[in-house]
Design a protein around this ligand. Structure first.
Ligand SMILES: Cc1cc2nc3c(=O)[nH]c(=O)nc-3n(C[C@H](O)[C@H](O)[C@H](O)COP(=O)(O)O)c2cc1C
Length: 358
């Protein structure tokens, strides 16, 4: 029997009714970093997805680098998320939370003038998004080994809060140039201690975080997101194919719910990415693989048929099509996403995309 997007899939502890995943999408609509009722409405609209991965959510105030992104480090945030997860469950959906620490992709304006943190004191090229507009990135503070240990504990605490908030699981965000990705790559990690240099050392923090989070949740409710070909946020590595094959080999040992890979995007290729082929990554990983990045229905079905991935996550298509499952099933036309309303704002471009009349 051919596998399609509508073939159910076991992902860790869960049986997904279909293989469409809503990709994690930062929408910057959480004033004071607290989720809102409007966000509940937005996620409920998308509850027919096999799995929703809720937007990147900071595990600590120090892990924040954009305005109005939600957190999971205080009681008010837990209560607000609890309402959202209950609503999504009432609508028949499943929802994981993406655990986020931005590392150097931040600015002292978020931290009372203190520096953002990173593996090494190397500023990324580009500008930070601050509450008062774009400002150049600063040279971050290189974390001490003691501080690294406390970040692992921040992940553990945030994972516990996510459990209290009623999520079905968590995804560790180790993609797109944020803190854990900064440790993996030799462009941003030039440490000479046990967290830098060899593959083993550069992967040490991600694996320690995975260990801590799976201790809270059980491995069958935890996923990890990686972007092996990514250049976003000034990511560079001398040999990403070897690095990410090693990381996937190590993650095999955890028996996670899934690994979620971001494919090379147009922007990565424009920035001269060393593209790591999906076939190479598939070979390195034994468990459920979710793939994301520029997929439409046809390409998604082909990738499933070829056995290169087990499920496909959609980002922009989920922004614009809350009923993406029904639209794919019915070969319906798709709404076009409006980039002007991706980040911040109101219900416009958020919860007002029309559903297909059928
Ligand atoms: C508005 C927007 C916000 C995003 N926020 C996140 C995020 O919070 N976490 C993350 O891992 N990726 C984030 N991404 C990347 C998407 O999850 C996805 O990998 C990317 O959009 C490529 O998939 P697509 O071509 O289906 O949109 C974001 C992308 C967009 C367009």
């Amino acid at each position: 029997m051919t596998t399609t997007l509508f073939t159910p899939l076991t992902v860790g502890a869960y049986e997904l009714p279909n293989r469409l995943v809503m990709a994690p999408l930062t929408r910057m609509r959480a004033p004071d970093n607290i989720p809102t009722e409007l966000m509940a409405h937005y996620y409920v609209q998308r509850a027919s997805a096999g799995l929703i991965i809720a937007e990147a959510t900071q595990i600590t105030p120090l892990g924040r680098g954009y305005p109005n992104t939600p957190g999971i480090h205080n009681a008010a945030q837990v209560a607000a998320w609890k309402h959202i997860t209950a609503e999504v469950h009432a609508a028949g959906g499943r929802i994981f939370l993406q655990l986020w620490h931005v590392g150097r992709i931040s600015h002292p304006d978020y931290h009372n003038g203190k520096l953002p943190v990173a593996p090494s004191a190397i500023a990324p090229a580009g500008d930070a998004v601050t509450p008062t507009g774009m400002q150049p990135f600063v040279v971050p503070h290189a974390l001490t080994t003691h501080e690294i240990a406390s970040i692992v504990e921040d992940y553990r605490t945030a994972a516990t809060y996510a459990l209290m908030a009623g999520f079905d699981g968590v995804e560790i965000h180790s993609a797109n140039g944020y803190l854990l990705d900064q440790f993996l790559r030799d462009g941003s990690n030039q440490r000479t201690d046990e967290y830098g240099g060899s593959l083993e050392n550069r992967a040490r923090l991600l694996l320690a975080v995975t260990q801590a989070v799976t201790q809270v949740w059980g491995a069958d409710r935890v996923g990890v997101r990686l972007s092996p070909s990514g250049t976003f946020n000034d990511m560079q590595d001398s040999d990403p194919a070897t690095l990410f094959s090693y990381v996937l080999g190590q993650l095999n040992g955890f028996k996670l719910a899934y690994v979620h890979l971001v494919d090379a995007l147009e922007g990565d290729i424009r920035h001269g990415a060393k593209v790591v082929e999906l076939a190479v990554l598939r070979k390195a990983y034994d468990g459920v693989l979710i793939i994301c990045g520029g997929y439409d229905q046809q390409r998604a079905e082909l990738t499933l048929t070829e056995g290169l991935a087990d499920a496909v996550a959609f980002g922009q298509l989920y922004i614009a099509n809350p009923d993406l499952v029904a639209r794919f099933k019915g070969n319906a036309p798709l709404n076009t996403p409006d980039v002007n309303t991706f980040y911040g704002g109101s219900e416009v471009g958020y919860t007002d995309y029309p559903v297909w009349a059928g």
